[in-house]
Each structure stands twice: as structure tokens, then as C-alpha cells.
Ligand binder design. Structure first.
Ligand code: PLP
Ligand code: SF4
Length: 482
């Protein structure tokens, strides 16, 4: 690389006898360490490498006698997952106070989601502090913490159904589509964006039907095949963990056979709530692997997208499962939902991001919580999302650093949280545009009212103020060139 005007010069090769060391290097450490420029690292900063070990599930009386082979068996996990509220309450008896059990029973009565919790998840919850526990918060509602929904919330806040040419296929972005082949999951999350469809009907919500259905799938495939611009298909749900191995293969091979399809993602929360399946459901994991390998031979990318929200969801079992996928060359990316009391502080998010990186899982997105019914207590402000992004970026590799996203209510699609046109921290209204999805259209995101300053709360208390606040935000956003 001897470029004339370049100050770099190529050194003459050093004769072997003058080199300071010899190769291969001897294995003994040098007697003098290089001078340290930084203080010794605080071991707390390596906490991401310290995963929960051993038979931790035995802390729960119901699983005290369960050995490792049984606990790693995905069939045992599925069979002992709790889907009936009385059963859950029964399993908790002795672990938590009667008052908490009453509170949870009441919470479920008003929840839009049905319940399903794996033994793995139940055994990771700290039952000595059930109100504060970040895992409990995501799956088990309690009535005493309920907050009224935001007045601007409606059930399918992302308008996924408005962009569906076929039931269960959302084509919003130019080159990618979201396929929802089924409506069941290995667990049900309180905060699910698709509570309009996912899970069984509850007292609060009767669901839009997205069952496994051969004819519906064929229509979705025909649509994808007919649109040459569709290159990237997200297979979500529900959750692909619940698909049978033949169904994993059928979807994968059908899409791989379409010349237009270049990328696919299987989306599953499974690794966060039941990593056992990857270790012991050989037929499922092998079916996934075959699609990935066939895709690779066709130069098409097939990956897994998963959904960890808290560093405590990651244990030695998760690591074994992620190692298995890594050995098979399967890329795993993660999408997190920012939730109040769960992961809405910089320390927790730093630990999550570093721990995911440790497992070779790529942190992709952190979503601002969608406007979903019955979970206003889990939402937080856009400002919190901005603060967290600032606190996380620079900690680790850029490719392991998530982007904070607002999925614009009303169907605007995903926007970088920092890209707002206007943000009023008193009314909690932020304004976004989305030139690639709907040029010229304006979208609003709303902070939860209980976190606003008193002046903002007072304005939301008066319904006549609602259109005024939105109009103010719209006009302020126009002052900003976009
Ligand atoms: C999230 C999403 C996608 C994928 O978007 P990326 O930004 O590529 O991850 C595609 N379609 C819909 C409807 C989505 O919500
Ligand atoms: S796993 Fe995903 S789709 Fe299923 S309930 Fe949870 S958030 Fe919703």
C-alpha cells in the first residue's frame, strides 16, 4: 500500500532474529503486565456473564421434586404450563399472601389476555416480592395496580387489520409483510399488541380469528407470490413455537420457493419463556435448521427473532439453547418492549443488552409500549425511551445496540424514537411522520397520563381539551421542517 502522497510508509521486514517475541508465543504470561490506564473493573460490571445456574426451579414447592431431565423436557413444560386462573392461584398458594392472590384473581377478571405461564417462568419470579417482580409484572395482572386506559387507545392500535389484504397478512411496508399463521403462544403476555387476536376469548375481549387454517395460509402465500416487491416475510403470530415441525417446514419451503422472497424471520417469544423446547424438541429445532440451511444454499437469509425483556429471563438453560442455535449457524435477534417497572431504567437495559450479546443474540429493537388495553401501568413516556437509548449506546458494539422505536399508532409503522417532529412533555403528545409508509400523514404517540406533570393531567381530565392538545401538537410539528 505504498501510495505516494500517503504519510504511511511500509516498514522493511524485520529480520526474524530481531523480533521481540517468537512464534508460536510461549504460553507463560509476561512477568510484567502492561501499565493500566483504567482502574480495575468493578465485578458488578461483568454481571452479564453471571447466569442463574443449577436447579433453580426447586425453590417453588410445586417443582421441588422435579429433576433436570424432566425440567428440560419441553413436553413436561408445556403440559405443566398453567392456563386456568384457579390453577395458577393454586400453584401460588404458600408462596404469596392471600391478599396478593385475591388481587391477581381480580386482575385477571378485567384483563384482555388469557393466561398461560410455563413452570420455567413461574420459577424465575421472585415470589418474596411479587408486586415488584419484573417477570410477574409482564404475565400476571393485579387489580390494585390497574390504571385507566388512555383516551386515545383503541384495541388494534397499530391498525394491523386495516393493512391486511388477507386475514392474518399485514402488508404495510413496501418490501416486507407480516404473516400471522396462528393465534396461540407458549405464554400469554399481559401487554400483547395483538390482544385483539391472540389467545382465547376473555371476559373482556372476543377475538379476531387467526387459527391455523390451510385455506387462509394458501391465500397469504398467493398474495406474497403475486407481489414482486415483497422480499422479507416476518412469520409471527401467535408464536411459531406453537407450530408443528411440518408447519415450520411448509411455511419455510413455500416462501423459499418464491423468487421474490429473499429474507424470512421466524418470530418467537419461546427462548425467553421456554428455552427447553430448543434443547429437547429435536423435530422442531431440526425443521427450523433445515429451512435455515436450505435458505443459505439459495442465498436467502432465514433468522429467528425473539423477545427478551429482562436480564433475569436469561439462565444457563437459555445459554444452552442459544449455543445450540449458534452452533447451527442460526442468527437470533431480539426485540424488547420497554415497560414501566420491568426494564425502564438504564441499568436494567444495559445488563439486558450485554447479556444478550454474551449469548450471541443481537439486540435489534426496543419498542415504546403500544397503546394496548388494560396495561397503562406498563407504559412509560417517550422521554424515558430517549434517556435509555442515550444510556445504552456506546456500552457495547453498535451491532449489539438496539434502536428505540415508536410503532406509530394508526399504522404509520416503526419510527426511530428520536425522529419525532414535535414532543410536548406536558401533554405527553409526540408527533411522527412516515414518508415511506404514508407520505404527508401525521401520527401521534401518547405518554401515559399518570406520568405527566399536573398541568398535563388536568388538561386530559377535560375531554374538551383533547382535540385542542392534538391540534396544538399538529401545528407545532408543522413549524419543524420535514
Ligand atoms: C415490524 C413489522 C415489520 C418488520 O419491520 P422491520 O423494521 O423490518 O423489523 C413488517 N411488517 C409489519 C406490519 C410490522 O409491524
Ligand atoms: S408471545 Fe408475543 S404474540 Fe404471544 S402473547 Fe406474548 S407478546 Fe403476544
Amino acid at each position: 500500500m505504498a501510495i505516494e502522497s500517503n504519510k504511511l510508509t511500509v516498514a522493511e521486514p524485520v529480520p526474524a532474529r530481531e523480533r521481540s517475541g517468537s512464534f508460536p508465543l510461549s504460553t507463560s504470561a509476561p512477568s510484567v503486565l502492561p501499565a493500566a490506564l483504567k482502574d480495575p473493573v468493578d465485578p458488578a460490571r461483568l454481571a452479564h456473564t453471571q447466569l442463574l445456574q443449577g436447579p433453580f426451579w426447586r425453590r417453588v414447592p410445586a417443582y421441588a421434586e422435579v429433576d433436570e431431565t424432566e425440567f428440560l423436557d419441553h413436553r413436561w413444560q408445556a403440559k405443566h404450563s398453567i392456563t386456568k386462573i384457579p390453577k395458577l392461584l393454586e400453584a401460588l398458594r404458600g408462596l404469596v399472601s392471600d391478599a396478593f392472590i385475591q388481587d391477581a384473581a381480580e386482575g385477571f377478571r378485567h384483563a384482555p389476555m388469557s393466561v398461560r405461564v410455563s413452570p420455567y417462568l413461574l420459577s424465575l419470579i421472585d415470589w418474596t416480592r411479587p408486586y415488584e417482580d419484573p417477570l410477574r409484572l409482564q404475565f400476571i395482572p393485579v387489580a390494585s395496580r390497574h390504571l385507566p386506559d388512555h383516551p386515545k387507545l383503541d384495541l388494534d392500535s397499530l391498525h394491523e387489520r386495516a393493512d391486511m389484504p388477507v386475514p392474518g397478512l399485514t402488508h404495510r411496508y413496501f418490501d416486507r409483510a407480516l404473516f400471522l399463521p396462528l393465534d396461540t403462544c407458549p405464554v400469554y403476555c399481559r401487554f400483547c399488541t395483538r390482544s385483539y387476536a391472540v389467545g382465547i376469548d376473555t371476559e373482556e375481549v372476543s377475538k379476531f380469528q387467526l387459527k391455523v387454517n390451510a385455506e387462509r395460509w394458501q391465500q397469504a402465500f398467493a398474495y406474497i407470490r403475486s407481489r414482486p416487491e415483497l422480499e422479507d416475510i416476518v412469520i409471527s403470530g401467535g408464536d411459531v413455537y406453537q407450530l408443528r415441525p411440518e408447519q415450520i417446514t411448509e411455511i419455510g419451503e413455500t416462501l423459499l420457493a418464491m423468487p421474490n422472497v429473499r429474507r424470512m424471520r421466524y418470530a418467537t417469544k419461546g427462548p425467553a419463556v421456554m428455552p427447553q423446547k430448543i434443547l429437547t424438541d429435536d423435530a422442531w429445532t431440526d425443521a427450523l435448521t433445515r429451512v435455515v440451511e436450505h435458505g443459505r444454499s439459495l442465498h436467502k437469509e432465514v433468522v429467528v427473532h425473539t423477545h427478551f425483556n429482562h436480564p433475569r429471563e436469561i439462565t444457563w438453560i437459555t445459554q444452552a439453547a442459544m449455543n445450540k442455535l449458534f452452533e447451527r449457524g442460526i442468527t437470533v435477534r431480539n426485540q424488547t418492549v420497554l415497560q414501566r417497572g420491568v426494564n425502564d431504567d438504564v441499568q436494567t437495559m444495559r445488563l439486558l443488552v450485554k447479556r444478550l450479546g454474551h449469548l450471541n443474540v443481537r439486540p435489534y429493537y426496543v419498542y415504546m409500549h403500544d397503546l394496548v388495553r388494560g396495561v397503562e401501568d406498563l407504559r412509560t413516556t417517550l422521554q424515558t425511551g430517549l434517556d435509555i437509548e442515550k444510556g445504552v449506546r456506546g456500552l457495547t458494539a453498535g451491532f449489539n445496540t438496539p434502536t428505540v422505536i415508536v410503532d406509530a399508532p394508526g399504522g404509520g409503522g416503526k419510527r426511530d424514537a428520536h425522529s419525532y417532529e414535535h414532543y410536548n412533555r406536558t401533554t405527553g403528545i409526540s408527533v411522527f411522520v412516515s414518508p415511506n409508509v404514508h407520505p404527508g400523514q401525521i401520527y401521534y404517540y401518547f405518554d401515559p397520563i399518570d406520568l405527566l406533570p399536573p398541568e398535563g393531567r388536568a388538561r386530559w381530565a377535560d375531554p374538551a381539551e383533547h382535540p385542542r392538545m392534538i391540534e396544538e401538537a399538529r401545528i407545532a410539528s408543522l413549524a419543524h421542517p420535514h
